[in-house]
Design a protein around this ligand. Structure first.
Ligand SMILES: [Zn+2]
Length: 95
């Protein structure tokens, strides 16, 4: 709660000020409790979804649920993380 309250005092100008290094802002906000900064790690856009995983998830649904999800005999699944689209014949995923 304290960290949230302190963070809330940050202005948009402080967050976008190129002359204010991130670590300086962290120190400004949290120096009373101590600030520890870890090495930066690059972000990687790598979703781990796959047709096999989606098929595995679908296999946990009942035949009635599979039937209700199918449109013209096809179940379409879109990964909410990477937007990959997968189509399965409903008959192929019914356990
Ligand atoms: Zn994905």
């Amino acid at each position: 709660e304290k960290a949230t309250a302190l963070q809330a005092t940050t202005s948009a100008g402080e967050l976008t000020d190129p002359a204010l290094p991130q670590n300086d802002l962290l120190y400004r906000l949290f120096h009373e409790d101590g600030v520890r900064v870890f090495d930066a790690a690059p972000l990687d856009n790598a979703c781990t979804c796959s047709a096999d995983k989606v098929r595995g998830i679908l296999s946990t649904f009942s035949a009635e649920e599979i039937e209700s999800m199918a449109v013209e005999g096809v179940i379409s699944v879109t990964c909410q993380f990477c937007s990959a689209a997968y189509d399965f014949p409903a008959a192929a995923v019914q356990g």
